[in-house]
Design a protein around this ligand. Structure first.
Ligand code: KMH
Ligand code: ZN
Length: 274
């Protein structure tokens, strides 16, 4: 079994300090949160940009500021920028971040309801457009699949040579409007991807640690972080992203799964740049 890749989704675009004061907004808060998560064992930081008041943005200059500040504190960490942004952003707005030449980015592979009146839109043409841009720029992408239909879309795109990366999936389960995060959901997703693919699991809310444990057991990788979940255990707010990462490290220990460094992560995901 490969060593375990831990991704930390430090802030997201939707969760606020009103829900958990540990959610980072400012550049300084993001850097400290990313650094602490890295020290605890995260080799990948899944990054959204926000302004100091918490407003999400895909503005390349804001992203560059945060990206460069994190890299100067932990130069080897992999920064995976979000091209999902926030609900309601346009295609080109979401893609502005590619102008900073990131090492890795997300590729969202389908549309879904996102709670209340929100719809996170990723049409077939959007996905193609995003994949083609990233192929041309040599940006490595992780395919975010919120339900099984999104995997089926990627399988079509692989056949059509629209998706050309090493195949690395993230199953994001438990979003209100997407697939839930029970064991059967996880197994269905895992068994639906090509055998040569790697995968990580991001459990939203109460699914964060049950899915982390399942993924660790089944040879997958794990994403945790305040973007996805604000509790360390039922009813107890987490103090930090670091605490969430540490909890995964402890689960991994139980199963004898070692933690991948950033260099090992690049090897596992075949992402060394030529
Ligand atoms: N904020 C969500 C609407 C991604 O990062 O690629 C989308 C999202 C996915 O977080
Ligand atoms: Zn995200």
């Amino acid at each position: 079994m490969d060593k375990l890749i831990i991704t930390c989704a430090i802030t997201g675009a939707e969760v606020t300090k009103e829900s958990n004061p540990a959610v980072p907004y400012t550049v300084e808060e993001m850097v400290e949160s990313a650094y602490q998560a890295y020290l605890a064992g995260a080799s990948v930081i899944h990054l959204h940009a926000r302004y100091d008041d918490g407003t999400p943005t895909q503005d390349k200059e804001r992203f560059r500021q945060i990206h460069d500040a994190i890299k100067s504190k932990c130069p080897d960490v992999i920064i995976q920028v979000s091209t999902g942004g926030a609900v309601g952003m346009s295609r080109d707005e979401r893609l502005d971040v590619l102008n900073i030449n990131p090492e890795m980015a997300t590729l969202d592979c389908g549309t879904l309801n996102f709670g209340g009146d929100d719809i996170f839109v990723n049409t077939e043409n959007d996905i193609k457009y995003f994949a083609e841009k990233m192929n041309n720029l040599g940006v490595r992408y992780e395919m975010e699949c919120f339900e099984k239909g999104h995997i089926d879309t990627t399988l079509r795109f692989i056949k059509q040579n629209v998706i050309k990366n090493h195949l690395h999936y993230s199953f994001v389960l438990g979003v209100r409007g997407g697939m839930s995060g029970e064991e059967r959901d996880f197994l269905f997703m895992k068994d639906s991807i090509p055998t040569e693919a790697t995968f990580s699991v991001a459990g939203i809310g109460r699914f964060e640690f049950t899915l982390a444990e399942l993924s660790i057991k089944h040879g997958g990788h794990v994403r945790v972080g305040l973007e996805d979940n604000i509790y360390i255990e039922k009813g107890v707010l987490t103090k930090s992203n670091r605490e969430l990462v540490e909890k995964v490290v402890n689960i991994a220990k139980k199963y004898g799964r070692e933690i991948a460094s950033p260099a090992e992560t690049r090897r596992i995901l075949k992402m060394e740049r030529e």
